[in-house]
Design a protein around this ligand. Structure first.
Ligand code: M6R
Length: 365
């Protein structure tokens, strides 16, 4: 049931605040601002590394997770798309653990990667939406994302719920490993618990601007997304979402890679969407944006209040989000990229929930 929404995708975008709050309650204690201990066979305090594998959007949430596990838990992470991971003959050790991220829990390549890691003697964790799925069944530990049924082929709420779960797990791992202090844990969990309310406000505030902007975006054939740090996987997720449902060609790049190739494409026909909260990478990303502006590129700048005040570069549009802590910024910055893809596709009249050539669950390799 779509309720009063035109598409399941729209419904699923707007459900996120409520659903994330529910998902978080499984992982964090809202009263004490601590991460709940997960009683599983994976001992984050003792493992020497983490292997993560997944496909599509789930891979991109894993990539954000990699930044978090490395930074907060000081845990080295090996991550790859499952279709490569399964054939790489990656040397692994039973002192490591492996995480597989999958909304459906049935993705063939992800399952094959899981079986590879199992054969290598690693403990297996599944970050899944469908708890009765094959991937969940074959895992030692299930970390449910509790997003409820996701009908739209383009993943939205599963992505942000995966991020929320990975954020909580990385803070918990950091606590277990002594790399996150009790004070840091409290502060980060507090930010997570405030996130649903911020998401509601953002969805409400940015909708009219994004709907108007999507008309302009629909005129282009190619779009480049740029980001640094955790905004780099978001740039790739933005590009994936746009190409899946609007069929506009889009690429997501690490902002620092711009001058290693894609800058050759910059002209007035290819807008560049820059995802840049005012974090420790902001100045660097703005200097990349400057390079785009200097070549006549059109910029759609997705930033926060501090970032908007700090950059005076001319843009085609600037989408201003509230200033938020960096632990929640990937979830908050997901909202404009989801809405932009959604409204662009709606404007172009594509089949948003069932885009051509795509299946919700990819059970063949
Ligand atoms: O069910 P899974 O999470 O394993 O699916 C993985 C990908 O097929 C999926 O995320 C796909 O990329 C989506 N269509 C993205 O919107």
């Amino acid at each position: 049931d779509k309720g009063n929404h035109r598409h399941f995708m729209e419904k699923e975008i707007y459900e996120q605040p409520e659903i994330i709050s529910h998902a978080l309650s499984h992982y964090i204690d809202f009263a004490s601002h601590t991460v709940k201990a997960q009683d599983t066979p994976i001992d984050f305090a003792k493992i020497t590394g983490l292997a993560i594998s997944a496909c599509g959007t789930a891979y991109l949430s894993g990539l954000v997770g990699k930044y978090w596990f490395e930074r907060y838990a000081r845990l080295p992470v090996e991550i790859d798309v499952a279709s490569e991971f399964r054939y790489r003959e990656l040397p692994l050790s039973p002192t490591q653990a492996a995480l597989f991220i999958s909304q459906s829990g049935e993705t063939a390549d992800t399952l094959a990667s899981l079986r590879y890691c199992k054969d290598e003697g690693l403990k297996i964790g599944a970050v899944v939406n469908v708890r009765e799925s094959t991937i969940a069944r074959e895992s030692d530990a299930i970390f449910p994302i509790l997003a409820g049924p996701e009908i739209g082929v383009a993943s939205t709420k599963a992505f942000t719920c995966q991020l929320a779960v990975l954020a909580a797990l990385s803070i918990g791992a950091g606590r277990a490993r002594g790399t996150v202090t009790a004070g840091d844990e409290k502060a980060m969990v507090k930010h997570l618990s405030e996130m649903p309310r911020i998401m509601s406000r953002v969805l409400n505030d940015i909708q009219p601007q994004i709907e108007a902007l999507s008309r302009d975006l629909s005129r282009f054939k190619d779009v480049l997304y740029l980001g640094r740090g955790t905004s780099f996987p978001l740039a790739m997720e933005g590009a994936l979402k746009l190409k899946e449902i609007s069929y506009i060609h889009a690429e997501g790049y690490a902002a620092g890679e711009l001058k290693h190739g894609p800058i050759a494409l910059i002209d007035e026909h290819m807008p560049v969407i820059v995802i840049a909260p005012h974090d420790r990478f902001f100045e660097k990303t703005v200097s990349n944006m400057q390079e785009v502006a200097a070549r006549g590129g059109k910029i759609i700048f997705i930033t926060d209040e501090k970032g908007a005040a700090a950059s005076k570069l001319p843009t085609m549009a600037t989408i201003v989000l509230p200033n938020v802590d960096e632990i929640i910024s990937p979830m908050i910055f997901s909202l404009p990229i989801q809405l932009l893809a959604y409204h662009t596709a709606v404007f172009m009249g594509t089949d948003v929930d069932q885009p051509r050539n795509l299946a919700k669950s990819v059970t063949v390799e």
